[in-house]
Structures are given as structure tokens and as C-alpha cells.
Design a protein around this ligand. Structure first.
Ligand code: G6P
Length: 364
């Protein structure tokens, strides 16, 4: 389609900049101040059904899969239901065991990704209950699912996903709040999450004001032959998405690892030629992450830290506003989008239409 680029040089920058608004649209009308719950009529589920699931399995491709990893953590933390994410492509090829008490959630911005659609169809054939988190209303995946949540993020044109990614994470927070509040999540914790979600648009605006600082850092690091992205637990899907954004649009090799796994292999790669982007939120893992930074530094690795404070062990820092710990991954992702964008621009890449990639892969 032909959409207005709103005066921005690239759709990607437009879509990054829209996020205060797109996140607000995903939330609109869905938070209940009296009971601290989420209204998600599209799930088509009564409370008894919502309580019946013993497991959640999330599928999607590319960035949708990484946002699903954030979603799995939100559901485990807030609803205390075992949850995990898997690439839809892998899922459908391995003849998955489909269980009646598992809730399946398929994620797709376009709603047309063939691997995800085929996985949903296979699930349906086997009697699985499938919800969709989809941006495009009336798309193939949306029609195939039993219910779901629309993102309302508006058309995403640039091949690399940005606003759909953050809105998907927000949709997962709403689903996790819903599943949590029909289980053991207290009204007080429900309120804490509702209040945190409401703060997101303003906090995203604050991150966007740091564009010039992040651009300077992107130019500083863009000539490295590769970059390592690390994070622990909530920071790990953020690291994966940050690496994905960088490789998709700048063609700089980027690898994401759990920070805890560095010492089991990739630490051998660390040198001044391979800088690390470290996702270091102020959570219960802060001290462990700072220790990891020390280990990288001891190998003369350069470090760009993204978190809620600055640290001496890092060469450079991007500080984002703090939200509730469970919601922090949403905000931590945004500077990495801006970083990848400016790295791609600095390297003269075709930002909105990177080589070899398609916005939606509708073939096998
Ligand atoms: C393609 C795009 C990715 C996207 C993935 C899933 O590979 O290049 O940016 O994350 O498809 O797309 P979907 O529309 O299903 O979210």
C-alpha cells in the first residue's frame, strides 16, 4: 500500500516515533480502574475457561517470535502459568503434541505469514484453542483463530517491525493481567500493572527525546564488524530483538546471548573488535549483570549498556525510564530500534526495504 511517510525520511523512523500513540491505541478502552483487570472481549472466553489452561504456548516468526518470548515471561510472572514461545515455522514441522488444556497464542503483524498460518491450521485440525495477536484486521490468521487481541497500531510499512513489536508486548501484558486476575494476581498487583501500562506512552516519548544521543552512539559503533547483545531473563528477548533489528537493516552481524551463558562459549569472541550491547534493567539480576560487564571489560570488550542507570564498567550508557519490573522490556527495546535505524543510515543501507527480506512472507 501507499501510505504517507508523514514527512519522515524513512517509514521506519516514522513508525518508531509513532509508538507513544500506537501503544496508547493498543491500551485504549481495555484497562478497568475498578477491578484492575483487562477488558479483552475478543478473547471470547468466560472466566471459568480462562482459568482452565495449565500451559501457554506462543508461536510467531521473526520479531513476532521475540515479542512472544516477552509475552511468555509476562504470563509466567503475572498469571503463574507455565508459558513458552517457539518459532511458528519450527513448531509446525515437528508434529507438536496438542493438548486440550494448553492455550495457544499466534502472533503476526500482517496476519498473513504462511508459517504462522500453517501452524494455526495444524493446531485447529488437532482441536487446539488458538488466540491471535494480530495487527491487520480481517487477515488470514485473524480469521483462523478462535479469538484474540487486535493491536490497532495502524499499518506498518517498513520491513523491520517496531511499533507492532511493542504493541504485541503490551497486548501480552493485557492478556497476562487478564489470566492473572482470574487466578492469584491480587487487586493491588493488578492496579500496579494497570498504572504501569498507563505510564508507557509518556515514557516512550522521553526515550524518543534521546534520539540524538543514540544516533551518536550508533555512528560510533556502526563500523564494528559485529556486535554481541546480552541480557538476563527479561533482558534476553530484548537482546534478541535488538540483534535482529541491527542485522536486518544494517547488515552488521549481531548475535544475542543470555548474559549468563557468555562464560560457556561466546566469551571467547570478546575483544575490542566485538562490542557488546548489554541490557541491564534495575531488577533482581542487576548485580549479576554488572559482574558480567566486568568480565567483558576484563577482555577489553567495549560495552554499550541499556538500562535504568549508568555504570562505570560500561563505555556508554542509554538510560530509559523505569516502569514496573515486568513491563521494563517494552521500554528497553525502543533505544535498540533507534540504534539500529541510525546504524543503518550511517552505513547507507536501504532502511525500509532491506535486501533479501520481505515484509510478509506468504510462501513456504
Ligand atoms: C518477516 C519480516 C519480519 C517479521 C516476520 C513476521 O520475516 O521480515 O520483520 O517479524 O516476517 O511477520 P508477521 O507479519 O507475521 O508479524
Amino acid at each position: 500500500g501507499h501510505y504517507d511517510n508523514g514527512g519522515y525520511e524513512h517509514y521506519l523512523l516514522k513508525e518508531i516515533s509513532e509508538q507513544p500513540d500506537t501503544v496508547a491505541r493498543t491500551l485504549r478502552g481495555r484497562l478497568d480502574d475498578r477491578f484492575h483487570i483487562a477488558h479483552l472481549g475478543g478473547l471470547n472466553m468466560d472466566p471459568r475457561e480462562s482459568r482452565s489452561f495449565r500451559r501457554v504456548k506462543i508461536i510467531g516468526c521473526g520479531s513476532a517470535y521475540y515479542s512472544g518470548q516477552i509475552g511468555a515471561q509476562l504470563i509466567e510472572e503475572l498469571a503463574r502459568i507455565p508459558a513458552d514461545a517457539e518459532p511458528a515455522s519450527e513448531f509446525r514441522y515437528r508434529s507438536p503434541v496438542v493438548e486440550a488444556d494448553t492455550l495457544y497464542i499466534a502472533i503476526s503483524q500482517s496476519g498473513e505469514t504462511y508459517d504462522t498460518l500453517a501452524a494455526v491450521q495444524e493446531l485447529k485440525r488437532k482441536g487446539g484453542r488458538v488466540l491471535g495477536i494480530v495487527n491487520t484486521v480481517g487477515s488470514a490468521i485473524a480469521r483462523e483463530c478462535d479469538g484474540g487481541v487486535y493491536l490497532h497500531a495502524g499499518p506498518e510499512v517498513s520491513v523491520a517491525s517496531t511499533k507492532a513489536f511493542t504493541s504485541t508486548a503490551v497486548a501480552f501484558a493485557l492478556i497476562a493481567l487478564h489470566l492473572g486476575r482470574v487466578r492469584d494476581l491480587s487487586p493491588a498487583d493488578g492496579r500496579r500493572i494497570c498504572d504501569g501500562l498507563r505510564k508507557l506512552p509518556e515514557q516512550i516519548k522521553e526515550i524518543l527525546t534521546q534520539e540524538e544521543h543514540i544516533r551518536t552512539l550508533a555512528m560510533k559503533y556502526a563500523d564494528a564488524p559485529g556486535m554481541m547483545f546480552v541480557g538476563r531473563v527479561r533482558g534476553y528477548p530484548v537482546a534478541r530483538e535488538g540483534a535482529q533489528k541491527l542485522k536486518e537493516i544494517s547488515y552488521v552481524h549481531a548475535e544475542a546471548y543470555p548474559a549468563s551463558e557468555l562464560k560457556h562459549g561466546p566469551l571467547a569472541l570478546i575483544s575490542p573488535e566485538l562490542p557488546t550491547v548489554a541490557i541491564v534493567p534495575d531488577d533482581e539480576l542487576l548485580d549479576k549483570n554488572l559482574t558480567t560487564l566486568g568480565e567483558i571489560r576484563a577482555r577489553e570488550g567495549r560495552i554499550l549498556m541499556v538500562g535504568h542507570r549508568t555504570a562505570d564498567a560500561a563505555d556508554d550508557c542509554i538510560v530509559v525510564p523505569k516502569n514496573e519490573t515486568e513491563l521494563d522490556p517494552i521500554l528497553l527495546t525502543i533505544p535498540l530500534q533507534i540504534f539500529a535505524y541510525h546504524a543503518a543510515v550511517a552505513l547507507g543501507r536501504d532502511v525500509d526495504r532491506p535486501r533479501n527480506l520481505a515484509k510478509s512472507v506468504t510462501v513456504e
